[in-house]
Design a protein around this ligand. Structure first.
Ligand code: HEC
Length: 104
């Protein structure tokens, strides 16, 4: 019993540390710059696609936000973007659009 009392407090500290880290991450969330990397797979580096996938309208935050929200709500028909858009919260969409609009 004596040994147990010595072991338990360090485990409690370790547990608190392990649970605190993901909570802190969820609060801040990934940055727009980090999240937009997945968009570049189809939309080209910096969203500058020259292929069949439309280039992301750089410098127009409102355009990207509106399209993403329309895709998410199935207001705009799409082959893939309605599924992509559903993976992001409105705040994350705003962060992605902010970052795209900041590209020169
Ligand atoms: C799997 C490929 C793919 C990925 C990943 C992807 N897109 Fe798209 N995107 C498309 C396609 C294809 C279209 C054309 C609409 C459709 O058919 O879904 C499109 C259309 C768009 C449009 C409308 C552009 C216009 O000119 O009307 C926006 C805005 C957009 N995507 C933003 C994004 C953002 C932001 C991300 C990352 C979170 C992203 N896309 C990730 C394939 C992709």
């Amino acid at each position: 019993m004596r040994a147990l009392r010595v072991i338990v407090p360090p485990l409690a500290v370790l547990g608190a540390t392990l649970f605190a880290a993901p909570a802190a991450l969820a609060q801040d969330g990934p940055s727009g710059q980090a999240m937009v990397q997945t968009c570049y797979v189809c939309h080209g580096p910096d969203g500058r696609s020259a292929g069949p996938v439309p280039a992301l309208m750089r410098g127009q935050k409102e355009f990207v936000v509106r399209q993403m929200l329309d895709f998410k709500a199935d207001r705009r028909p799409a082959t893939i973007m309605n599924r992509v858009a559903k993976g992001y919260s409105d705040e994350q969409i705003a962060a992605i659009a902010d970052y795209l609009a900041s590209l020169k």
